[in-house]
Write a protein that binds this ligand. Sequence first.
Ligand SMILES: O=c1ccn([C@H]2C[C@H](O)[C@@H](CO)O2)c(=O)[nH]1
Ligand SMILES: [Zn+2]
Length: 135
Amino acid sequence: MEKHQLIEQAKTARERAYVPYSKFPVGAALLTRHGQVYKGCNIENSGFSMTNCAERTAFFKAISEGDTEFEALAVVADTPGPVSPCGACRQVISEFCPGDMPVYLTNLQGDVQETTVAELLPGAFKSEDMHHGTK
Ligand SMILES: O=c1ccn([C@H]2C[C@H](O)[C@@H](CO)O2)c(=O)[nH]1
Ligand SMILES: [Zn+2]
């Protein structure tokens, strides 16, 4: 699957966003090692803190279906520059993806910022960090 195809899938996902409060739809498309794509949109709630971002929707769909090996992620929103994932999503992405995995941050104007999981969250807290002295 090519980069532009994954970005198109993210745009399709964005059309399903439930965003009555922010009116800011976001779409994500997560490519697995087996070539499957999990799409995610942001889903808001009148209790604002319960909002789930597009990125985390895609990851939670994949993980809950038993797909745990990822190759690329695309995210799209109608932003002036490439969309920037929030801190919570950066932490979730770091949990499940190799540091060198490509991430395509895009917008509707066609700007594409190609980055990596490690660049999105330098110094990420990892499970290894919890086991000092216990192994
Ligand atoms: O990368 C991002 C940034 C924001 N949002 C959502 C959360 C909320 O619904 C709206 C405004 O923050 O956009 C995402 O889904 N992904
Ligand atoms: Zn987020």
